[in-house]
Design a protein around this ligand. Structure first.
Ligand code: ADP
Ligand code: MG
Length: 610
């Protein structure tokens, strides 16, 4: 049986799972009742944990905790969720720094990845039942603005659900893939994603199969539910009796559901009847009236769009097409407004509820290796490395390396007894650290105090398929280690990459000379230090006076040359000193000396020479 990798859209209000069939068609997997969407809702009650539609029905049950919109909490610390906590109606507590929902019936706390895992597990089961085979690998989508922690939390949710997450991809990228963009069709595309509770706008640059998010903007509290609330508010304003009844939450809920129903009905008619005998309410809502109610939201969405275009330094005329995503883009008024704003063709032939899941399935299929005709090649746009002594860059992963990738290198200390080592992670092509982009700094402490050049510090760079870089430094004798996780592409656009490369090219010669000089001086200083130390320790029994004088003279000469700018001369004289001390070094078996003469040294603590 063929291995199937599924694509999953883990949404704020709805989630879906899709896959690509043998015949190449993408199919969204329905549940037993034939429904494609799964509400991203989890209900905790005495008799069990429910997920999806049946969980959503429990909204007004006082005995049940209904958890929704958990995506808003994904990868955030408890403190970071303060604003969200004010609008959510279920309890959230601080559980070891993470927000968590107490499950009073099972004496546990559910963190956002665990809540996400319940939704994902439901989708996994649904797919397995439908396909009659095990499904254990997935591609999951996230908003383009998700940071590393949010992406990692989403991955964790997948793992908890028993899914190997082959890749996390951006929702706008998925939408573009669903429209077949990227294979032959290049250009700059706008992705307008208006869902139930959030609005995300992205500008996606597609060139030769590489998808690059040029800018994102949006509003984490703008979506279909706001329109429903605006409709309800208008009804209450017109009807004081209804307003009094709406003090009760189940009446409010009934009204909100009705508002959503007529809102959707108004996509294909111009007037809708509202009849709610239970609360004695009857009215008619026209499309024109509804459009007037949502007009402020249209303005808010378009101002996000303007801001994104400004950030990317582009105009609507540079945009080749607009892709509509999210159930609320069926709202005709929004469609109209977007079409008028861009004056460009709208991509709306794929169901806006399904388009992200379908795109994820396309990517999943490519990763499954079943299709050889399409290749999404992700490469590092710029070299990655660390700063070493003298402020020079030591590259671990060169640019244009296909990811995922890993590289390891051994480094050592520069100063005797150095117990802390500063690791400065860099991105770029320039020889000197100060000319490259600084990605992160961290300190490896607890290095045993040994002579300079003795500790063996292994630095590992690991980039996963999502472009997330993890840098680890480990001192080999004690095993003490420290690490940092970074997204190197963060805040970097195509123009930046182009400029950085151009700069590196134009400075290549002078960079080379500077580096030669710095490296030569560093090595010279190391050899001088070791030599002087050795001279202090040995008597004439080991080192004849004539040899001592010769060495001292060469040290003096080298020090004078180091004041100049001739890197080659410094190097030659260092080698001369090296030759003079060679017999002595051998006799002493002086580890610190011979070690210091080889290997690359890291700057001392706080000693970034930028
Ligand atoms: P999310 O991505 O946040 O999970 P969805 O993309 O599933 O959200 O969008 C759900 C929203 O789309 C709901 O608020 C729903 O009312 C709205 N919606 C669905 N169909 C229509 C329609 N025809 N007209 C207006 N809004 C619609
Ligand atoms: Mg969505």
């Amino acid at each position: 049986m063929n291995r199937i990798v599924v694509g999953i859209d883990l949404g704020t209000t709805h989630s879906l799972v899709a896959y690509r069939r043998e015949d190449g068609q993408v199919e969204v997997v329905p549940d037993r009742q034939g429904r494609l969407l799964l509400p991203s809702v989890v209900a905790l009650s005495k008799d069990g944990v429910r997920v999806g539609w049946s969980a959503r029905e429990k909204v007004n049950d006082p005995e049940t905790t209904v958890i929704y919109a958990a995506k808003r909490l994904m990868g955030r610390s408890f403190e970071e969720t303060e604003a969200e906590r004010r609008s959510l109606t279920y309890p959230l507590v601080d559980h070891k720094g993470s927000p968590a929902v107490p499950d009073p019936f099972r004496n546990r706390f559910l963190t956002p990845p665990e809540i996400g895992a319940l939704v994902l597990r439901d989708l996994k089961n649904r797919a397995e039942e439908f396909l009659s085979q095990e499904v254990s690998e997935a591609v999951i989508t996230v908003p383009a603005y998700f940071n590393d922690a949010q992406r990692q939390a989403t991955k964790d949710a997948g793992a908890l659900a028993g899914l190997k997450v082959l890749r996390i991809i951006n929702e706008p990228t998925a939408a573009a893939l669903a429209y077949g963009l990227g294979s032959g069709k290049d250009g700059l595309f706008a992705i307008f994603d208006l869902g139930g509770g959030t609005f995300d706008f992205s500008l996606l640059d597609i060139r030769k199969g590489i998808f690059e998010v040029r800018a994102t903007n949006g509003d984490t509290h703008l979506g279909g539910e706001d329109f429903d609330r605006a409709i309800v508010a208008a009804w209450l304003e017109e009807n004081p009796k209804l307003s009094a009844l709406a003090e009760r939450s189940e009446v409010r809920d009934l009204l909100r559901k009705e508002a959503e129903r007529v809102k959707i009905a108004l996509s294909h008619k111009t007037e809708a009847e509202v009849v709610l005998p239970a609360v004695g309410f009857r009215t008619t809502l026209t499309r024109a009236r509804m459009n007037a109610l949502v007009e402020p939201y249209v303005d808010r969405a378009l101002s996000c769009v303007r801001a994104a275009l400004a950030d990317a330094g582009t105009a609507t005329s540079d945009v080749d097409g607009v892709i509509l995503v999210g159930g609320s883009t069926r709202f005709l008024r929004f469609k109209e407004a977007v079409a008028a704003f861009f004056g460009k063709p709208l991509f709306d032939s794929v169901d806006p509820d399904l388009v992200v899941a379908e795109g994820a399935a396309v990517q999943a299929d490519i990763l499954s290796g079943r299709r050889k005709d399409l290749l999404l090649l992700d490469v590092t746009p710029l070299s990655l490395g660390i700063e070493t002594i003298g402020g020079v860059t030591s590259t671990l992963i060169p640019r244009n390396t296909t990811i995922p990738a890993q590289a390891k290198e051994l480094f050592t200390t520069y100063v005797d007894g150095q117990t802390n080592v500063d690791i400065h992670v860099l991105q770029g092509e320039r020889e000197m650290a100060k000319d490259n982009r600084s990605l992160a700094r961290f300190t490896l402490s607890g290095v045993p105090p040994l002579p300079a050049g003795t500790p063996r510090i292994e630095v590992t760079f690991q980039i996963d398929a999502n472009g997330i870089l993890e840098v680890t430094a480990r001192e080999q004798t004690t095993g003490t280690m420290s690490n940092v996780v970074i997204q190197p592409s963060y805040g970097l656009d195509k123009d930046d990459v182009r400029n950085l490369l151009k700069e590196a090219f134009s400075h290549a010669q002078e960079d080379f000379a500077t580096r030669l000089l710095v490296d030569a001086k560093t090595e010279a200083q190391t050899v001088i230090n070791a030599t002087e130390r050795a001279l202090e320790r040995v008597g004439s029994d080991i080192l004849p006076d004539a040899d001592r004088v010769a060495i001292q003279n060469q040290v003096k000469l080298l020090k004078t040359t180091m004041e100049g700018t001739d890197g080659r001369k410094v190097r030659d004289e260092t080698q001369a000193l090296d030759r003079l001390t060679q017999p002595l070094a051998e006799r002493l078996m002086n580890q610190s000396l011979s070690n210091a003469l080889s290997g690359m040294a890291l700057p001392q603590e706080g000693g970034s020479h930028a």
